[in-house]
Design a protein around this ligand. Sequence first.
Ligand SMILES: [Zn+2]
Ligand SMILES: [Zn+2]
Length: 274
Amino acid sequence: MFGQFWSGVLKPIHQLLAKGGSNCLACGKTISICVPGYSELCLPCYSSIPWITEPRCHICGRHVGCPDCSRKGGVPRSFVMNRSSVAYNSTMRQWLAQYKYRGHEGYSLVLARMMGRAMEQMKQELKPQGIKLDGVVFVPLSEERWRERGFNQAEELAKGAALAGRRAGGRLPLLNLLMRSRHTDKQSFKSRSERLINMQGVFQTLPDATEQLGRVILGTRRTGLDHEAVIRLLLVDDVYTTGSTINACAAVLQNICGQLGFSGEIYSLTWARS
Ligand SMILES: [Zn+2]
Ligand SMILES: [Zn+2]
């Protein structure tokens, strides 16, 4: 078990040492100063990461003032809060595009580690409230997109979060509970009501979702880690823009928890907040 874990961690280090004087993943220049934990990046590129350390909005994790969450009425929110690793600026947009659309795999580990950092931060934030998460879930791709891309970036990011989210019983379980019936057009160009209609029925439960989650909950509750009648899931996606995707998935996840006789609390962790 540990062997597998360490080989996963050490492999990139070995690769780096072997290459020697390697080039920065983002700008291509020779790396002269190694940044601990981010050996793929040069110092200027690492320094340009717009980390969100203090969210201004404590609901959606936005780094700037947020009118959305204080708005009265509208769609009920099915998630407790969102936190994001970075602000979605033009540099982060480029990095994600390199990874997501051009299949530049080198970004996979960097982005997953950035997610891990956000996870650590979230754990610190939830700890004083005694909140422990039961598992990590990710926003699914449509089958069409999955076939095109060959991977789901949200799932890869969720692996980073699950690894950093270790609790007493081991790493946080990564669960595949949702499916996406169709791909949705870019949400940011739509009005609030259009976004809502566009999202209706997009996300559904995978056939074995209840069984999968049931097994995990049985495990944690039986080992005495948790006696609560609440299931707390961390939902992962790449970018939080309007929150409509996260909200739609969270509603479905709450249903799955309900089927097991628990109430569901969904926490969202996204790589970037726009
Ligand atoms: Zn660079
Ligand atoms: Zn907000």
